[in-house]
Design a protein around this ligand. Structure first.
Ligand code: 5GP
Ligand code: ZN
Length: 115
């Protein structure tokens, strides 16, 4: 995925404030944080969205969930966090490479959805 923004971050072609990396996933701070803690956790391999995910992606998607708490604690959200994966136009996905937002801080994140 030559032109994908997040693939370029994985390849080191674009800078990012990395907070976690392992063989399957990369996590870095969101460029426009919505809360004091706002990290994006992404698969290193290109998956366009959850709508394109397959059985083969089970391990990497599981890893994204498993590393989230450690990242949240490390970044200053010790008492919980919210994880959000936007999918497609209905879900409000803007970057077409699967990413999980981990948002939190010292204060509650707020209502799950705008009413
Ligand atoms: P989405 O709406 O697709 O779920 O969220 C995309 C997120 O990616 C947004 O929160 C946006 O601020 C973040 N983002 C977009 N471009 C960049 C970038 O170049 N670097 C970083 N670190 N975050 C980005
Ligand atoms: Zn990509």
């Amino acid at each position: 995925m030559q032109d994908c923004l997040f693939c370029r971050i994985v390849r080191g072609e674009l800078p990012a404030a990395k907070v976690h990396e392992d063989e399957l996933v990369l996590a870095f701070k969101d460029i426009q944080p919505q809360r004091p803690v706002h990290v994006l956790v992404i698969p290193k391999k290109h998956i366009t969205s959850l709508a394109q995910a397959t059985e083969d992606d089970t391990e990497v998607l599981g890893r994204m969930l498993v590393v989230a708490n450690r990242i949240a604690v490390d970044q200053g959200s010790p008492d919980g966090f919210r994880s959000i994966i936007n999918t497609g136009s209905i879900g409000g996905q803007e970057v077409m490479h699967v990413h999980m937002h981990v948002v939190g801080g010292q204060e509650p994140v707020g209502p799950m959805l705008k009413r």
